[in-house]
Design a protein around this ligand. Sequence first.
Ligand SMILES: [Zn+2]
Length: 283
Amino acid sequence: MDATIETIVLLKGAVVGAWFLVWFALERFRPAAREWVQSPSQSSSVGAAATSEDDKRMGRFNRWFRNGALFAINTLLSPAIVIPISTVMAAYGPDWRPDWVGQAYGGWAGLALDILLLDLFIYVWHRANHVLPFLWRFHQVHHFDRHLDTTSAVRFHFGEVVLSAVTRGLYVGLLDIPLTSVLVFEAVVLLCSIFHHSNARLPAGVERALSMVIITPGIHWVHHHAVRKDTDSNYGTLFSFWDRVFGSRSKTARWAEMPIGLEGETVDKSLVGLLLAPIQRPR
Ligand SMILES: [Zn+2]
């Protein structure tokens, strides 16, 4: 790994880690929505939110355990699969990017162009995950979560992570996007994802202003609303204009008690259930 890449990777870990801690603390002190917790007795039956403090604590830690375990699997897989795919595609893809792109859009402008192109890619990829049944088998794992907070940002089935890495690797290779741009974009996506999944309450004016440009919790929580029409909308990750451009922006405004999850599902699955979800009947 060359020195620049190594520095970016280290910086990425430090910045994302610190950002996670900030929003994790904020959502505890200034939550926007009441936490939904699944008591142990609800694991196989329909029920309302748990009420006792012990049940709440247990439910919260169970949720964090599931999300954390999925993240740990992805973190272990990343050096083995995701990073090599990105590196190989960035290094050995067709070298067609004309010089004028490098000259006219070098430095920060070039990086901004690459981020725009990559954000368009993950908008289309995310939408495909909802539209194509095979991809939905994996992506539904992210949507089974019955509450959202910073830990939801890293809750993905490893199958989705691998499929996403392969597809994005092809896109990066075809468009000849440099590895430095890909790594910076990955960090930006994580920062955005932690922010828009968080349960921190923002001042209404700040949220409104930010939502003109980027995806805010108010926009993304609607994507997790347990109503299929809303689940199949608001696909953006970084910029909020793709949903407006491609007509996928929901008119629903988030409210504090909005049910989160998937329509027709009343409980989250166990960790094993989540890992096996892609080979079971999709909803
Ligand atoms: Zn989704």
